[in-house]
Design a protein around this ligand. Structure first.
Ligand SMILES: [Zn+2]
Ligand SMILES: [Zn+2]
Length: 162
């Protein structure tokens, strides 16, 4: 049981790294055509970016099914992937972007930091020169602001004059 719990927690932690890399190099890379909808004005309840969430759900379900079919401990890895997806939906869609009818406000310092860091990610329009690609860990907002300023100074960023 302890080993299973450890596998679950390790997967959850590792998923933050996987998510960071996928967001930076896939979603802002060749997969931009799907992620782009998330960086534009929100029109409906769903966006093409949700395809990534669907892919994550399929991976989780597949792993859990394989584990239950006898390939222990794949179900615990699947549970870690699923937990990451659920936490991501609550924090990213619920608290940061407030896509829900009930709009929880970030009060805890950790949530506030995630909130501001992700707004920094959306401060840059377009695919390139963005900052803060993580979901559950965010660098201090001060550092992100510094990064944005550096990009603006070097003339590479496309930061709106707001
Ligand atoms: Zn993005
Ligand atoms: Zn976002």
């Amino acid at each position: 049981m302890i080993a299973h719990l450890a596998i679950f927690l390790c997967t959850l932690t590792a998923m933050e790294g996987v998510g960071y890399l996928a967001h930076k190099y896939v979603m802002h890379g060749w997969g931009w055509f799907l992620h782009r909808s998330h960086h534009e004005k929100h029109l409906g309840a769903l966006e093409t970016n949700d395809v990534y969430l669907l892919a994550l759900a399929l991976v989780a379900v597949g792993l859990i099914a394989e584990g239950n079919a006898g390939h222990d401990p794949l179900q615990w890895i699947g549970a870690g992937v699923a937990a990451f997806g659920v936490i991501y939906i609550v924090i990213h869609d619920g608290i940061v972007h407030r896509h829900w009818p009930v709009r929880p406000r970030p009060r805890h310092p950790y949530l506030k930091r995630l909130y501001h860091a992700h707004l920094m990610h959306h401060a840059v329009k377009g695919r390139q020169n963005s900052v803060s690609f993580g979901f559950l860990y965010a660098p201090p907002v001060r550092r992100l602001k510094q990064q944005l300023r550096q990009m603006r100074r070097s003339g590479e960023g496309q930061i709106p004059n707001r």
